[in-house]
Ligand binder design. Structure first.
Ligand SMILES: Cc1cc2nc3c(=O)[nH]c(=O)nc-3n(C[C@H](O)[C@H](O)[C@H](O)COP(=O)(O)OP(=O)(O)OC[C@H]3O[C@@H](n4cnc5c(N)ncnc54)[C@H](O)[C@@H]3O)c2cc1C
Length: 596
């Protein structure tokens, strides 16, 4: 069913030429030894594992789905998933970017990021099982007690046990302040937890020996709303003192959801019938702790759509070179054939280039953010760590929402390249569209991401984080603005930077009068911010390509043309988006709800 070849050449371009990761990693004592040789070897091995083991299970897993046995309260994953997971654990992949203190390999996040792109291109539904475990690892590592870390982290790091995040309840999704699950303290320091969670990804499955659920619940007399939420660790099986799995804890899957895509991942209703758990962090501070998991997961969701964009593009490209329909408008291109391959048609090229540009920019963007996480975690200078943390905070909602919105556009365009053959299941293209759709919804909808960006990260911060990032762009524009060959990239970049600054101030002023102005502007605003980031990165990538244009390596020619396509065809939507963002709240709020 189609093909997937890991885009190693472009990954290497991003890591070695665009980011110059080795130079940055040398500054970080934990990663000073990670050189190009190690990076390239991991990419090669990762490419083999993902394309040979996981990709072949993608379509079959979608067709088969997961099965719930209501009586036994078990969930069986599609054929081959369990065996692939065993190979993943035995290959040490789960431990790649984890702390050696808990059995990890201690490699940088930026390298793990490239591996995760490959995992998601190969099989998003499968990747969610280990992906959620990694979020649980990060949360426990930051907020767990020493004993919790000693007991659970080595199991998560090795991949023997997996993790989940149990937030959502039937009446509460976005607004977690409404949640009702209850935790009552026991004499031995543990808690008894009761409640119903829904939509829990990987909540029950047969791939690992144990599942560690991270559950949000309320302790007795907790304040109302989000200030009264606590976080608990609730294992499926209670661990014995020797680390083996013991007694079954009453946290059971009541049903799994029928859904549009990611059929290979079990989306579970989880019932906690007096399950035993242990608090993570302080009572009523659970949301703070859970944000570590949620931020990791938001970046992970961006990676899911980047992976789908790449694989959908690759397949559409092969098809466009093979499928013969009609003749080129500018004269026959394949006289020996009954018709020309559809890649001769301008609009087919537009669709392919849209997916290609979004894949390449998304790769540069997520790798950049991953490197900033490495700097945040490991740089010896506290000031640098703080700056990196601020940038990650600013960019996380953009990674989540901009890449997943673009993933939806790109997979849909890639499907369109196939005409009717894209819509039927046989070629596998409609699966990418179905799988991509959830990424705009879970982990906080894209609307919620845009409110987080504009409201919390920018306006509540008086624009400080945005200004810092803007200064980097301004310095780049100043340094390169006189280079005539770069003006086609630098001029639109500088222009968009100015416009975003003005737009931010304008919305900020209007928000003083009417807070709905923020909600009315946030979604187009986030897209404009996403384009500013992509303009900045495409300008830099084009600059590298320009310098190497005469090297004879066609890769650079392709990069340059892709950057030109981006500025000519994708960037211009910013003009419309800015108009929408500036149009204000009145056109949305004036209509009485009864008159809809
Ligand atoms: C397949 C799948 C897997 C999932 N996996 C998990 C998981 O592992 N763990 C977990 O805990 N949850 C999980 N979820 C739940 C998911 O995170 C929520 O569905 C999502 O956060 C939205 O919540 P909701 O569905 O309750 O929608 P609601 O919160 O009811 O929102 C409905 C609509 O209102 C909008 N809205 C809400 N508030 C605002 C506002 N203030 N301003 C503007 N618009 C607003 C939303 O953007 C949305 O469009 C999963 C869901 C699915 C479908």
């Amino acid at each position: 069913m189609g093909q997937y070849v890991a885009p190693i050449r472009d990954m290497q371009f991003v890591l070695h030429e665009f980011l110059k990761v080795e130079e940055h990693l040398k500054e970080l004592p934990a990663h000073a030894e990670t050189d190009a040789e190690i990076i390239n070897a991991v990419l090669e091995e990762g490419a083999k594992f993902t394309s040979e083991v996981l990709f072949p299970l993608n379509h079959s897993g979608d067709r088969e789905g997961c099965h719930h046995d209501a009586e036994a309260k078990t969930v069986t994953t599609p054929k081959g998933y369990k065996e692939a997971y065993k190979q993943y654990v035995e290959g040490g992949w789960a431990a790649l970017a984890c702390d050696p203190e808990y059995g990890g390999q201690g490699l940088p996040v930026v390298l793990n990021n490239s591996f995760y792109e490959m995992l998601n291109s190969s099989n998003q539904a499968w990747t969610m099982y280990p992906g959620l475990s990694h979020g649980a690892y990060e949360c426990l590592k930051e907020h767990g007690t020493e004993e919790q870390k000693k007991t659970y982290l080595p199991k998560l790091v090795s991949g023997e046990w997996t993790g989940t995040m149990c937030l959502t309840e039937p009446h509460c999704g976005t607004d977690l302040g409404l949640l009702r699950s209850k935790a009552i303290p026991n004499d031995d320091g543990s808690w008894t937890i009761t409640g119903n969670k829904i939509f829990i990804s990987a909540g029950e499955h047969d791939m690992a020996d144990n599942i560690l659920h991270l559950v949000l619940a309320r302790v007795p007399d907790a304040p109302e709303g989000s200030k009264g939420i606590s976080l608990f660790l609730v294992p499926k099986f209670l661990p014995n003192a020797d680390g083996s799995v013991g007694e079954r804890n009453p946290i059971f899957c009541g049903a799994i959801e029928e859904k549009m895509g990611i059929h290979g991942n079990s989306t579970c209703q989880m019932n906690l019938d007096g399950a035993k758990g242990w608090i993570i962090g302080q009572p009523n501070k659970g949301l703070n702790a859970m944000f570590v998991f949620m931020n990791a997961a938001r970046l992970g969701v961006g990676m899911q759509s980047l992976g789908l964009t790449e694989v959908a593009y690759q397949n559409a490209l092969v098809y466009a070179k093979d499928r013969l329909q009609m003749r080129s408008l500018s004269g026959v291109k394949a006289p020996d054939k009954p018709a020309d391959p559809i890649i001769v048609h301008p609009d087919v090229r537009r669709m392919l280039l849209t997916a290609k540009a979004y894949a390449e920019a998304g790769r540069a963007f997520t790798s950049y953010v991953a490197l900033q996480i490495d700097r945040e975690l490991n740089h010896p200078d506290e000031e640098v760590r703080k700056e990196a943390a601020d940038e990650v905070a600013l960019l996380t909602p953009i990674v989540k929402a901009f890449i997943t919105d673009n993933g939806w556009i790109a997979t849909s365009e890639a499907m369109q390249v196939y005409g009717g053959h894209g819509y039927i299941a046989e070629w596998g293209m409609e699966q990418y569209v179905r799988d991509a759709r959830i990424n705009m919804i879970y982990e906080g909808t894209n609307t919620v991401q845009s409110l987080d960006l504009l409201g919390r990260k920018i306006l509540m911060d008086n624009g400080a984080k945005l200004r810092k990032f803007g200064e980097k762009i301004r310095a780049y524009v100043e340094d390169n603005g006189t280079d005539e060959a770069m003006s086609e990239f630098i001029t639109p970049l500088a222009d968009l930077g100015d416009k975003l600054t003005k737009l931010t101030m304008e919305i900020g002023m209007k928000a003083f009068q009417n807070p709905d102005e923020v909600g009315a502007a946030a979604v187009p605003y986030l897209r404009v911010a996403g384009h500013l980031v992509y303009s900045y990165f495409f300008a830099q990538m084009a600059q590298i390509a320009l310098a190497k244009q005469d090297s004879g390596d066609k890769f650079y020619e392709a990069k340059l043309q892709t950057a030109r396509f981006y500025f000519a065809r994708l960037y211009p939507e910013t003009a419309m988006l800015i108009r929408q963002a500036r149009s204000g709240a009145a056109n949305l709020m004036a209509l009485d709800a009864d008159l809809f």
